[in-house]
Design a protein around this ligand. Structure first.
Ligand code: FES
Ligand code: FES
Length: 159
């Protein structure tokens, strides 16, 4: 079947099987390997991408469900000049990853939070991120990075 959607700001057309997941299409056909796959059962959040601004688990979201929708993956966050998105930069600044396998999903989940709630409390961050599992860093620097990113985004908006 043929699918057409907008991905990271550009129109895409791709042929896939009806049972292909969005993660399979992104990684295997479009070579967008930033989206990670770990549990494959919608538990860990490693595969989080945004579909029409809402976070979905690409490991179980069937690709055909994305028809006509607006998709954003971690590859779509940096600006055209290569400047990292504030959430990406904050994860670096706060050392919020070790192996980095969970990080793209964490960043996309954090983006969905900050788009909806630009100034979340620590508790709101923890609640929103509870579907994203990190097996090595621990969560303190991840929460700190999201708080830092909220401040960076607010500062950018004032400029
Ligand atoms: S790989 Fe999709 S939720 Fe774990
Ligand atoms: S940084 Fe390794 S799983 Fe999160």
């Amino acid at each position: 079947m043929n699918l057409q959607f907008t991905l990271n700001g550009k129109p895409w057309s791709v042929d896939c099987e009806p049972a292909d997941t969005l993660a399979e299409v992104l990684r295997n056909q479009l070579n967008l390997n930033g989206t990670k796959v770990s549990c494959e059962v919608q538990v860990c959040g490693a595969c989080t991408v945004l579909v029409d601004n809402l976070p979905v688990s690409a490991c179980t979201y069937l690709a055909y469900e994305a028809r006509g929708k607006n998709l954003l993956t971690v590859e779509g966050l940096e600006k055209a000049d290569g400047t990292l998105h504030p959430i990406q930069q904050a994860f670096i600044d706060d050392f919020a990853f070790q192996c980095g396998y969970c990080t793209p999903g964490m960043i996309m989940a954090a983006k969905s939070l900050l788009d909806e709630n630009p100034n979340p409390s620590r508790e709101e961050i923890i609640h929103h991120m509870d579907g994203n599992i990190c097996r090595c860093t621990g969560y303190v620097p991840i929460v700190a990075a999201i708080q830092r990113a909220a401040g960076m985004i607010a500062k950018e908006k004032k400029q």
